[in-house]
Write a protein that binds this ligand. Sequence first.
Ligand SMILES: [Zn+2]
Length: 297
Amino acid sequence: MDYEEEYEALVQLVAHKKSSDISIFLTSVPFEDNFFYKGQDNIYLVSLSGWHHLTDLPIANGIAYIITSILLKYELDVGDNHDVSTGCINDFMWDKSIIDAGMRAAFVCEHCRSNTKATVLTSKIFRHLISVLDIISTQSRRGHDMLEEIVSALPSLPGTAFDIFLCHNSSDKPAVRLLNTRLKATGIKTWFDEEALLPGQVWQDELERQIGSIGACAVIVGPNGEGPWQENERRVFINEFIKRSCLIVPVLITGASAVPTLPLFLQQFMWCDLRGDDGNQFDRLVQSIRMRRHISV
Ligand SMILES: [Zn+2]
């Protein structure tokens, strides 16, 4: 990637976003000189090219590490680059392979700390960034994805009514009931008609009231019937979720046919296949709902 040309394009892109203090763009395309990042005037371009050849650690840890490094070096003036590798985040990573050791160490050495030009504001930001480095270091040494750890640790937010609407064919109720119980056990707040409705309430009216605050919709494909999208009213709601940029996940549950036919408008979304799942697919579903919950708020 030719940096000068890409940089000019990015400047144009952020020109009308004057409210941003700093813009950081990520790409998988390598720079011509294979550096991790370059930038000026608060616009940075980060290349994560060939990440999995450099380390086994999750890319989320790397993104956090590089962003923290940019903020410390260029926004908080944490001294000059080290000429040799010390493990400090201020090492000059001409050899990208030291990123693995860097994430596991993730610290600012005493020399760099003493050189930092600190004001009251920057000292506060500095302390926060050091806390982020501590998380990167702890999670990297365990081989964990720091983002997943942080998201799992976040408490449910009071006042958030529901995380996900369980759109299903009513003939599949017993299987959906099981899925609902499993999701609730992880702290996910589900909108499941059987529980969400009081006697006499009409589901369409109640969902209409909630739809603005629900961030996700699971379109559950089970053993019975053609699927929930066949019912016009449910289809209208799914379209409404799509219009609001909610997370839409088609979920296959036990008994769904081997190759279910999905309507075109659902084919673009990421599948979750719980048939014969060893827990991995279910965990991913829970993670995406949790991520969505915190992005929406
Ligand atoms: Zn240092």
